[in-house]
Design a protein around this ligand. Structure first.
Ligand SMILES: *Cc1c(COP(=O)(O)O)cnc(C)c1O
Length: 388
């Protein structure tokens, strides 16, 4: 495949691409070619599916939220239970897939970036199981705020490098990881945690997260004999959302709804910009600097968004709305009380919107909400918010 066609493949309309130094672009294009080679390889797929089943615990259920549906009195709400995966969220689908790919292409070492630590934990988990050493880059400030996740990664055998540069946050961790990749390209694989970054990551992450909608489509056809009226997912970098949407994009009657936190709404309030090696809608102030964000959900607190979401927004195929932290907090409590499921604060944004949407749709309509993760990790934070 020529370099040109590889570069073009990284675009979703005007979004996406690979805006990185030439030496890094060469490494990433090589990963892209290897991904193209393995993504339809039956032997690779069989291995990926084996671990999804035996290690992650898939397929996970599509649960009818009967109590919630009755209470609201509108469309039927189903929950896709990514919260039941090993490690409690969707991130493991992607971490596992990329590490299996890394092994196929001969990598001896995994590196990753992490902000709040959730992607670092998923990466350390899958690396431990598949026997590859792993180094996690994390901003120094983040390591101090998320000391428990640092300890978790260390328990899993990962080396955590606290990056003491700039503001000591996710941006600096990403820069450090790219520098490591360039320096150690012969034996190192960089595992990005969301459907963001330069080519080929948005496409690769979507590929490994598409298992969510592959299962949910089969499950809803079995349970209801028809497609959902809407699929709703919270959108930070956009990996659980793109995986929840992927197998419905061609079904024009299915509404695809991404829910951003009102406090970090890259699509609703962002402008097109090049950021962290890719072009997408990004939260910038008038001077072109990154705008500070302030979501109660660490996994959604990000200025950028995966380029394919910007494209789905631009073409009108996707709808993007916001939910506030307060609305998410209420949904967090409602779902816990009424269904006995404590959702992640990230997922609670999707639940909050689905509860509104249910009242606007018909009673025989079906809504699938992607429950991207479980809320055990957030209980302490919610305790502080509610009891102090
Ligand atoms: C990380 C995370 C998110 C946000 O990431 P996306 O890439 O937007 O999916 C959402 N929910 C949970 C539970 C997470 O851990």
């Amino acid at each position: 495949m020529s370099r040109e066609s590889i570069a073009e493949k990284g675009y979703f309309g005007e979004f996406g691409g690979s805006f990185v130094p030439a030496e890094l672009k060469e490494v990433l294009d090589r990963i892209g070619s290897e991904f193209d080679r393995y993504k339809d390889d039956p032997d690779f797929l069989e291995e990926y599916r084996y671990y999804l089943k035996e290690y992650v615990g898939r397929e996970n259920p599509l649960t009818f939220a009967e109590n919630l549906t009755d209470k609201i009195g509108g469309a039927k709400i189903y929950l896709k239970r990514e919260d039941l995966n090993h490690t409690g969220a969707h991130k493991i689908n992607n971490a596992l897939g990329q590490i299996l790919l890394a092994k196929r292409i001969g990598a001896k070492r995994i590196i990753a970036e992490t902000g709040a630590g959730q992607h670092g934990v998923a990466t350390a988990t899958a690396s431990a199981m598949l026997g590859l050493p792993c180094t996690i880059y994390m901003g120094k400030v983040d390591t101090e705020r998320q000391a428990l996740n640092v300890f978790r990664m260390e328990l899993l055998g990962a080396e955590v490098v606290a990056v003491d540069k700039g503001r000591g946050r996710l941006k600096e961790a990403v820069d450090e990881a790219f520098a490591d990749l360039v320096a150690n390209q012969d034996d190192t694989f960089f595992l990005i945690g969301s459907a963001v970054g330069p080519y080929p990551y948005p496409e690769m992450v979507k590929y490994f997260q598409s298992i969510i909608s592959e299962e949910s489509k089969r499950q809803i056809l079995e349970k209801e004999g028809k497609l959902p009226a809407a699929v709703v997912a919270c959108t930070g970098g956009g990996s659980n959302a793109i995986g929840s949407f992927a197998n419905y994009v061609a079904d024009k009657e299915v509404r695809l709804i991404g829910v951003e936190p009102a406090e970090a709404a890259s699509i609703s309030e962002g402008v097109p910009a090049e950021f962290q090696g890719y072009r997408s809608l990004t939260l910038l102030d008038e001077d072109g600097n990154l705008k500070p964000t302030n979501s109660i959900a660490a996994g959604l607190d990000y200025q950028g968004v995966g380029p394919e979401h910007s494209y789905l927004h631009a073409t009108g195929r996707g709808e993007y709305v916001t939910a506030t932290g307060q609305e998410a907090l209420e949904a967090f409590q409602q779902l816990s009380k009424i269904e006995g499921i404590i959702p992640a604060l990230e997922s609670s944004h999707a639940v909050a919107h689905a509860m509104k949407l249910a009242t606007e749709l018909d009673k025989d309509d079906v809504i699938i909400v992607n429950l991207s993760g479980r809320g055990d990790k957030d209980v302490h934070q919610v305790f502080d918010m509610l009891k102090k």
